[in-house]
Design a protein around this ligand. Sequence first.
Ligand code: DON
Length: 304
Amino acid sequence: MHDFQAILDEVMAAVRPVVGQGRVANYIPALASVDPSRFGMALATVDGDVFGVGDWRMPFSVQSISKVFALALTLSRDGDAIWRRVGKEPSGNPFNSLVQLEYEQGVPRNPFINAGALVMTDRLLSLTGDSRGAVRDFLRAESGNPAVDFDAVVAASEAEHGHRNAALAHFMKSYGNIENPVPLVLEHYFWQCSLSMSCADLARACGFLARHGRTAGGTRLLSRSQAKQVNAVMLTCGTYDAAGEFAYRVGLPCKSGVGGGIIAVIPNRCGLCVWGPGLDSHGNSVAGVEALDRFTTLTGLSVF
Ligand code: DON
């Protein structure tokens, strides 16, 4: 058995020299004001025990981590039909790139680049009438924290500076791959990105992927096979165009966000979340990558 608290303490001591390195995301003004010296990490076992270090209870902007939950909720309702509208291959391009979409007739490479997440948001909107509410309510239930909520300042900032996302959505609409009005899809997408959660909340919330699709309450959201699919797409596409390096160094399904958070899943064992706002050139948390690398090296826990 691992002493997870001692391991997290050791990880935090090891990553301390890189905490504060990297650049805080500044393309949305509301994200630029975050203190780069923050660092937190949490681990939630499939049985409900939670361990943490540093700023593990401090909420931060989940940003693209929300894409995992939008995918899971859409997949749970639509099944394999979703793969007609979005691919499952790594893009090898930045998360907000437009070029590939034109070559590939408006079908995004995967659900974790912005174009793919916009398609999932669109579909979840058609299926539920309230995509952002569905994602928020699911996260409240899975994290066990009813206070999980949107950050209206971040959402407004996203909307004000969201021209590239608007371009992606309009472009896909021209190919018939967006069902709802573009402004409505963008609104729900921006609100989903603005959700504010702590490492503890997110480590718990990704537990359903460690439990092969079973929610915290014991009901089934995804089939075992669908949970494997989400984990596989996280491994290959969850960390932008650094997914190869991530698989090599960390060896776990992960999803990062430009708020500096990264979630990771160890099937059968636990959900993990690490947060450090300083990002590398791919948009992944510098301290977060280092911490997950250390964690898997120290514990020998990975999917390989
Ligand atoms: O779409 C955006 O620009 C942000 N709200 C989310 C960015 C992010 O975390 C990177 N995504 N893959």
